[in-house]
Design a protein around this ligand. Structure first.
Ligand code: GLC
Ligand code: CA
Length: 575
């Protein structure tokens, strides 16, 4: 498939006007290279195995660089590839300058980076520095004695003072973020698993270590950093008591605590300002003000952040499209003039896009996957596309807890049992939302294990790889994959899709998400039917011009009414 944009030949003339409230704003957005990127996220463990151990590796990524290039993406974000005992699949780093044995060697990394750059693609690395592994030498030193020089690299509480005030842990079996360590009769803090002790950012030595690590990778030529769980790094080291039940809304207590902006400005001075690198934080704080403070250009902190509100909407029982539209519209308008966001509906912490927001039945899977990719690639903000979503990969849907590998699922299960929770409900929810759904092997072809490995894969391939795979979609001009390629080609060719003002049309429409993007004299209308049924939308006085995208052969209309077929997605030029 060439990267040429295919325009539908159909020319329909309809006229339309936006309702009063939905006026077009003029855009004042400044241009920047990182706003124009299209990021493809690779979970290396699941992408391609080349040495037959059932685990994806860097050589596997190298083998597939032509495929990655063929997607039309401009940057790759890799989940952590550093040395790690893998309590949380690399999000527990034991050497920030080493490559995980299972993934390969530094030589492989250098080859991979050169191959990525040769194809005009950028590389973004995950930086996991809210915490390290408990096997990191810093922690080994730190726990060894109370007067060790590394003691103050982590958060310790001497047990003779009694139990520290309760802190909630996201991954702990008891939900308790304080772990007792008998070696020094003290507790250490871990917001995630006990094997992920939190680094003490209040210690300037820790911060300098981190900047040094980041410069190490920037000197190698990487093009950006994704800061993992960064909104949690600043902590009140008197560890005051939080109100009872705070864990239900822990973000309000954990995110963006005093000091974080100083750390980010320092990081900017020490690292970002010295290289041509982009920066993105996981989490956008507690509110818009926090988010702005992270990314407003004048503040010289970060380029962009991920806000979770949108991705959190999907629930096993479904979701309300009007609410979905409201959330994305609200976030867009808050950043219409200053600052910049990421656009995403999936990543390695989520189940599959099409299973959560679309319809993964064989009948509607392809259309709904194309529709969701059309959304991501036509919104304002830097789009992030998760590996496999370019094919419409779906949830594997495990039935039993023994099938899971994810520490969040396993320890969450234990916690639920400890608390006498509802096993059946927990298992049902997990089947829909577990992170392992989004981590199954990339589906390359119809053979055993989807062409991912010749061995037993670390997580089984989804049985639907027999009909849902790269090989088969390459050949089909109407595949989800080739639709994705059309979208990336369009986004690169048409600045209106990057910088254009976003205006929602008929915000209360229950099943159609319609919006325009406008830049100077260019204006496009995006129509997305989020429903399994046909949807009607009245658009009087609109003149529809050239079709840029259509996941059906035609666009039906009756007078001023457009009839969208199930999960139909259209981008058209309008006057
Ligand atoms: C972030 C990562 C997630 C990881 C956690 C702890 O949320 O995206 O995968 O488990 O941080 O590092
Ligand atoms: Ca391997």
């Amino acid at each position: 498939m060439t990267s040429k944009v295919l325009y539908a030949t159909l020319a329909v003339l309809i006229t339309f006007s936006c309702s009063q409230e939905e006026k077009t704003e003029s855009t004042t957005i400044t241009k920047a290279w990182w706003k124009e990127e299209i990021v493809y996220q690779i979970y290396p463990r699941s992408f391609k195995d080349t040495n037959g151990d059932g685990i994806g590796d860097l050589k596997g990524i190298i083998e597939e660089l032509n495929y990655i290039q063929s997607l039309g993406v401009t940057a790759v974000w890799l989940n952590p590839i550093y040395s790690s005992p893998n309590a949380d699949n690399g999000y527990d780093v034991s050497d920030y300058r080493g490559i995980m044995n299972e993934f390969g060697t530094m030589e492989d990394f250098d080859l991979m980076l050169a191959g990525i750059h040769k194809r005009g693609i950028k590389l973004i690395m995950d930086v996991v520095v809210n915490h390290s592994s408990d096997e990191h030498p810093w922690f080994q030193q730190s726990r060894s004695s109370r007067d060790n020089p590394y003691r103050d690299y982590y958060h310790w509480w001497p047990a003779e003072k009694g139990k520290p005030n309760y802190r909630y842990s996201l991954f702990d079996e008891q939900g308790d973020a304080w772990q007792y360590d008998s070696l020094t009769n003290s507790y250490y803090l871990h917001y995630f698993a006990a094997k992920q002790p939190d680094l003490k950012w209040e210690n300037p030595k820790v911060r300098q270590e981190v900047y040094d690590i980041m410069r190490f990778w920037a000197d190698k030529g990487v093009d950006g950093f994704r800061l993992d769980a960064f909104q949690f790094v600043a902590k009140d080291t008197t560890y005051p008591k939080f109100p009872d039940g705070f864990e239900k809304d822990f973000i309000q207590y954990y995110a963006m605590q005093p000091g974080i902006h100083d750390y980010l400005r320092e990081m900017n001075t020490e690292v970002f300002s010295k290289y041509k690198v982009m920066s993105v934080a996981e989490g956008a704080g507690r509110n818009f003000e926090d988010a702005h403070d992270l990314v407003d250009e004048v503040r010289k902190e970060l380029n962009m952040a991920y806000a979770f509100e949108g991705v959190d909407i999907a629930k096993p029982e479904g979701y309300d499209l009007v609410h979905f539209k409201k959330v994305f519209t609200k976030w867009d308008s808050a950043f219409a003039h200053d600052g910049w966001l990421s656009i995403f509906l999936a990543n390695h912490d989520q189940a599959r896009l099409v299973s959560r927001f679309g319809n993964d039945s064989p009948e509607f899977r392809d259309h709904s996957a194309k529709m969701l990719n059309t959304f991501i690639l036509s919104m304002r903000g830097t789009p992030y596309c998760y590996y496999g979503d370019e094919l419409g990969m779906t949830n594997i849907g495990f039935e039993r807890i023994e099938q899971y590998q994810d520490i969040a699922a396993i320890n969450g299960y234990k916690k639920m049992l400890n608390e006498g929770g509802d096993v059946e409900k927990y298992t049902r929810d997990l089947k829909f939302s577990s992170r392992d759904n989004g981590r199954t092997p990339m589906q390359w072809d119809e053979t055993l294990n989807a062409g991912f490995t010749s061995a037993t894969p670390w997580l089984p391939a989804n049985p639907n790889h027999v009909t849902l795979n790269v090989k088969q979609q390459q050949e089909d001009p109407n595949s989800v994959l080739n639709h994705f390629r059309k979208l990336t080609a369009l986004r690169k060719a048409e600045p209106v899709l990057v910088y254009g003002a976003y205006d929602i049309v008929q915000r209360e429409h229950p099943t159609v998400y319609a919006y325009t993007r406008t830049l100077e004299d260019r204006k496009v209308l995006v129509l997305l039917n989020f429903s399994v049924s046909e949807s009607k939308i009245d658009l009087p006085q609109i003149t529809i011009g050239k079709f840029w995208i259509n996941n059906y052969d035609d666009l039906r209309r009756e007078g001023d009414t457009i009839l969208l077929q199930p999960y139909q997605a259209v981008i058209v030029e309008v006057d």
